[in-house]
Design a protein around this ligand. Structure first.
Ligand SMILES: C[S@@+](CC[C@H](N)C(=O)[O-])C[C@H]1O[C@@H](n2cnc3c(N)ncnc32)[C@H](O)[C@@H]1O
Length: 268
């Protein structure tokens, strides 16, 4: 498990300097759908405390801080945290966002029942090696009634890559365990991801005391079209509208690279 964390951190240290440019260039529609889904689940009070778990370079933490929230961003990659720190300083938001180098599977630095919302975007639950431990940690640090929004790798989409390479052993492993290796050409850099079915994702959160509000496919319709059309605002508008009409319908999940769950910590 320590080996998994070491590889994931090293991979993200390597990605850190180019992560934001890549994100904004290729994921304009993805970003909009994410932002609008986050906005639907924000705590009503300005100044509420939000955890950005596996928050990376702070794309979402910075937006949340700019919207008036206090944020704690945790991550295991020092490279990603360094990028986040530089942006916070440049934007004068360093008093609104606390950066903590921590593994989402165990965050002893964070107090019980302390967060009004938890955001976990861009698959940290798929990469962390033990998503049940991480979701239990979310349940521990969330206040009663707090919302959690997490995106994860979608098993159907990963299955589709493996079908294209005719790798039967890898397909069987994915179907039986949810696990697959990342496609890096260098063996030493490959690590295990956990890709979820919608049902598995729901029951993982329900088993830790969350009530599920929605599961969407992200993106069901514009996956891979995103970069091609991002510069045409009219097409972008139409795709966002179509996504939002259909992304909660399980019939369209198989095309989505990610699934995103919105849930709420039960009031005991
Ligand atoms: C694809 S990036 C997403 C970053 C950010 N949430 C976003 O949406 O832009 C995945 C992040 O998860 C972090 N991560 C992976 N496993 C983690 C773990 N066990 N604990 C904390 N962070 C982790 C990585 O270091 C990386 O910054």
């Amino acid at each position: 498990m320590a080996e998994q964390a070491r590889k994931v951190a090293a991979h993200h240290d390597w990605l850190a300097a180019t992560y934001d440019a890549n994100y904004f260039e290729h994921y304009a529609i993805y970003h909009r759908v994410t932002r609008e889904n986050l906005r639907r689940h924000l705590p009503p009070q300005a100044g509420s405390l939000i955890l950005d778990a596996g928050g990376g370079t702070g794309i979402w933490a910075l937006e949340l801080a700019a919207w008036g929230y206090e944020v704690v961003l945790t991550d295991i990659s020092t490279g990603m945290l360094a990028q986040a720190r530089a942006k916070l300083t440049a934007q004068g938001l360093e008093t609104r966002v606390r950066l903590v180098e921590a593994d989402i599977r165990a965050m002893p630095e964070l107090a019980d029942d302390s967060f009004d919302m938890i955001v976990c975007q861009g698959d940290p639950l798929s990469y962390c090696g033990d998503h049940m431990a991480a979701i239990a940690e979310f349940a521990r640090v969330a206040r009663a009634g707090a919302s959690v929004i997490a995106s994860v790798d979608n098993r159907a989409c990963v299955l589709n890559w493996l079908r294209q390479s005719n790798d039967l052993d890898a397909m069987r492993c994915l179907l039986e365990t949810g696990q697959a290796l990342t496609p890096d050409e260098q063996e030493a850099l490959r690590y295990v991801i956990h890709a979820f079915t919608a049902e598995e994702l729901r029951s993982a959160f329900e088993s830790q005391g969350f009530e599920v509000e929605s599961v969407i496919g992200k993106l069901c319709l514009a996956h891979r079209l995103d970069g091609l059309v991002a510069s045409d605002p009219k097409i972008q508008e139409q795709l966002v509208e179509l996504e939002q009409m259909y992304h909660a319908d399980p019939a369209y999940y198989p095309w989505a690279g990610h699934l995103e769950i919105a849930a709420r910590r039960s009031r005991d």
